[in-house]
Design a binder for this molecule. Structure first.
Ligand SMILES: [Zn+2]
Length: 308
């Protein structure tokens, strides 16, 4: 279902895995409209149908912006960009080469998701390199009747940007603030492998707070509540989960041990039991434990004096 979340901003449900209210893409209308996220390859038809329904013709779309290149956010970028030949494809500079050649990205996702890669997400096809543009921090995109600001926001991944709509103040934060799906329990931090970094993630939250957005909108899923309260909850929760992981890591530096500690100390069940597998599939404890384990290993092994 399409939902108008602010003047000129449509939230489109990709129905990832057949589940409603789990994964979104956003259409920012304008004389030069912009699609933020494409969803996974498996959902490309639903996204293309929604754009047609909203009256976006093949030559209309000016930009496709990905908050980051994980497959639930950008897996359909090859299919969608082919249908909109005038659209520039914008992502963090560190993600560009993977959009031109997704082989390694898809292989890495295969290691994380196994059999579910094809049933849930699909893969990714390349984007013509001539159409790719790297997002600079605080760069503006002119939509003809409005402007977006791209906000470098590493932490969840090093290739993450958020998108601020200047007229409404809505901040589309991708996964940088976490995941909270209706009925699925409280806000969870999203700390997957391979490059989760707590300090970067928290400075990105502070950067968002300083922008004073009117709304924080999660790709998983939708407007999250009073912005400063959401950002402070995200920081508190992330610090708490990382503390539990650090303690577990000091006892036994394994992903399994971190995961057990998280399940024992921070797990809060979904209000709607039917939503538990949904949130766990997208942002489970194994993935978060693995992401924090990687961060702790890199921190332990960093040469003395490397700082940070
Ligand atoms: Zn992600």
């Amino acid at each position: 279902m399409d939902r108008l979340i602010a003047p000129g901003i449509w939230q489109i449900d990709t129905e990832l895995g057949g589940w409603p209210e789990l994964n979104a893409v956003f259409l920012v209308e304008g004389r030069r409209p912009c699609l933020v996220e494409t969803g996974p390859q498996r959902d490309s038809t639903r996204v293309l149908d929604a754009l047609a329904r909203r009256g976006v013709g093949p030559s209309d779309l000016a930009y496709i912006v990905l908050t980051h290149i994980h497959l639930d956010h950008g897996g359909a970028v090859g299919e969608v960009s082919r249908q909109f030949p005038n659209a520039s494809v914008v992502c963090h500079p560190k993600g560009l080469r993977h959009l031109a050649d997704p082989t390694r990205l898809v292989a890495a996702a295969g290691l994380v998701y196994g059999d579910r890669l094809d049933s849930l997400y699909g893969r990714m096809t390349p984007v013509d390199p001539d159409r790719l543009k790297g997002a600079e921090d605080m760069q503006e995109l002119d939509l003809g009747s409005g402007r977006l600001t791209l906000v470098d926001s590493p932490g969840h991944a090093k290739h993450h940007v958020a998108i601020l709509d200047q007229s409404s103040g809505v901040l589309l934060v991708g996964d940088a603030v976490g995941v909270k799906v209706p009925g699925g329990g409280p806000l969870r931090p999203a700390m997957p492998p391979d490059d989760f970094d707590r300090e970067l993630a928290i400075s990105s939250l502070h950067k968002f707070a300083a922008l004073n957005p009117s709304q924080i909108v999660l790709t998983h899923f939708g407007p999250a509540g009073e912005p400063q309260a959401v950002l402070s909850e995200a920081e508190t929760t992330m610090r708490r989960w990382c503390e539990v992981a650090e303690h577990a890591f000091s006892e036994e530096p394994s992903i399994d041990h971190i995961e057990s500690a998280l399940l024992e100390r921070v797990f809060e069940p979904a209000e709607d039991p039917g939503r538990q597998p949904v949130v766990d599939t997208l942002n489970g404890f194994t993935s978060n434990a693995a992401g924090m384990h990687g961060w702790l290993v890199r921190r332990r092994d960093r040469p003395a004096g490397a700082g940070g």
